[in-house]
Design a protein around this ligand. Sequence first.
Ligand code: SAH
Length: 250
Amino acid sequence: MNARKGEVFLVGAGPGDPDLITIKGRAILEKADVIVHDFLVPKELLSLAKEGAEIIDVSKRGGEHLMEQKAINEILLERAMEGKIVVRLKGGDPFLFGRGGEEAEFLKKNGIDVHVIPGVTSAIAVPALVGIPVTHRDYSSAFTVITGHESADKEKEVLNWNALSSIGGTIVILMGVSAMERNVKRLLAGGLDPETPVAVIEKGATPEERIVTGPLSKILEICRKESIKPPALIVIGRVVSLRETLGDLR
Ligand code: SAH
């Protein structure tokens, strides 16, 4: 019998560039007995695993789950019960979408020690790297991060799109490619200026990064023309125009 109790570390892998993981995150990756990771995690980070570590890919692509959340929870629980150090590696920050909170709850309820090692979220870092600060004294005093598609089991929308359109700050939409048409319409209907600048960044902070920009009224057409695909992040607001002066900031 193994008396040692395992632990689960929810670790943020950062926005795409493997060097943008935290020092603490990197250290625990090197110690882990098991690494359970998503599709968005930079593959270079997996090579930090110690010899013999078990690496489990539970990729989710664009809402289509390859592995049910329940099955992922069970894997984390089982391995922890075996006394192992389990790293649950997630893109960006583990508690910004991506179900980190749900996993932590489940594990806590089952008596497992859970730790979080926050990460550099794509919501701030991906715009930053292409020259878009999400706030700026002259242009935006707030930013709101939303999901482009709300959980499929929610019958009605819970977000107040009219409020979102009138708050006057930057809006960052994650998982927003497939429902872009619907969401652009909602923002225009809510009174957001059709000329508001928008940037859409595909695979930010990676060598395959692509970026398109345009006014809110034309962005859908532009994305279609360029066939922008997930994972991509949408930034809406006056701060987007700062890119013209700042350019790429890597
Ligand atoms: N926890 C993550 C977000 C998970 S939701 C974080 O903090 O960054 C997944 C969505 O994040 C993707 O659909 C996409 O909209 C966005 N995203 C994550 N990494 C990205 C990247 N490198 N480039 C563009 N968008 C990204």
